[in-house]
Design a protein around this ligand. Sequence first.
Ligand SMILES: [Zn+2]
Length: 564
Amino acid sequence: MKSILAVFLLLISTVALAQPNVPKDYFQNPLDVPLVLSGTFGELRSNHFHSGLDIKTQQKEGLDVVASAKGYISRINIQHYGYGKALYVQHPNGYTTVYAHLKEFSPEIDAYVKKRQYANETYEIELFPEANELRVEADELIAFSGNTGGSGGPHLHFEIRDGSQRPMNPKLFGIEINDNRAPIIDGLYAYPLDADAHVNNSRERQKINLIPLEDGSYIANEIDACGNIGFGVSSVDQQDGAPNRNGVYQIEAELNGDRVFTLPFKRFSFAESRHLNQLIDYEYYSKNKKRIQKLFVENGNPLSLYEDVVNKGELYIQDSLNYNYTIKVSDFSGNERIIRVPIQGMQRNDIPPKKEEKTDYFAQSNQPFAAEANGMDIYIPKGSLYKDTYLDIKFGEDKVKVHNDHTPLHTNITIGFDVSEYSAEEKEKLFIARLGYNDRPNYSSTYKKANRFTTRTRTFGEYTLASDVTPPKIWPTNFNDGQWISNNSTLQVKISDDLSGIKSYRATVNGEFILMEYEYKDNTLTHDFSDGVVTETENKLKIIVTDNVGNSNTYEATFFRKDS
Ligand SMILES: [Zn+2]
């Protein structure tokens, strides 16, 4: 009885997973232009899955953004990076929609936000309005599209989240995108997964040659293999009307006609998003900037996206047996690309074992790891590495090589430096840097205790102490000291810092705080005179900019304005 119930529950949950019961015509297009995408849901990005649709805005900013359905503004977030200016609408059916990288908000929301930005004297702000404060109807204007935050060009980032704030594929809700093109296959790879497994005479990853057939599918050159093996595929999807190489919707695999693997992009949680680094061949990506999606699930990979995975997606190939492996890559509109892979089981005994670079530093993923020398130390908490790894660590005179960035880290590790040899003045200007291209020092958030500085990082690489003694620069771009600028609608300056980077900025006119919006992508601070806080004729402007080690610079100028 118990087992029948268990099977029954399993069936229910499988069905529920396969077909989320979502309203199909509740949410509408948040823009008044046809939907053309520069990013799809679940698309593979740096350390995360893309959580929404990136909707193209005709290469410009300022398009009307409307509420996708009725509800109320439940969250307003303004950040220099990330989503930039973002709105969250809570809907009565429990879902939340998100609109990000906005240029500005509707006048009502803008007034609500500005009041609080001035009260807190800050541009970056996060607000959670009550349900009765900012109600919106479906199709009501809430904002104008933009390019704020971590956005590489004008577009609207649009999300639909479930009641647990998990992003879901908006296309499941009936939001339609014209797509008549099948996914593109960029490569097929086979992986020997055990010490005694091999593929095409090798114990290493093999690129498999694909032959295109007239019906659009591919047939792979026959593989000879033995033992536990797996496959990986690199693929993208293009939709109608744009050349963007977006993510595909689903990858399935069958072995001799039986389903062994399904990876659809329907829903995930932000907490699991970084495990993307276990779904892709991270080392290959790190070296070649191309993402291979593995069609097998390694131990310790908790991603909830997978469905119908048999034997972890691995294939156990036995000597002198034949197998047919089929991969199907689909987009949401059902266009699909099929790859057939004939496999010949063939035991070979003459292949040398896979060579593993052994070092003195062996770190187990389920144990913390620590090492120190020459006044420098490294601590890796358990669970930070996805698998046991021989680390390449070299303690130099004044820098430490902490492995290499071809290995991903899930959580922060700590790197510490003894700074007791430095004077108090020197210590003030010191920071921990990760050495980048051409050994350029990049600021890594530095925590300073008397004689020990530490940084927490999720990127392996070379770390050292660097010094920044140069204060930030500030220069005006649309006015000059002593000028009449009655016709200007804004006041603009540029700010920059050579090494440690900008930490904070503050602007006043005649001693009163004025709001300036920071756009890091073009180093610009902008004050909008329509805020109505600059009312005098003669105005003394003062802007103080501080870098990450506390060097600061002050810019002062006088400008004149007459009320028109
Ligand atoms: Zn996006």
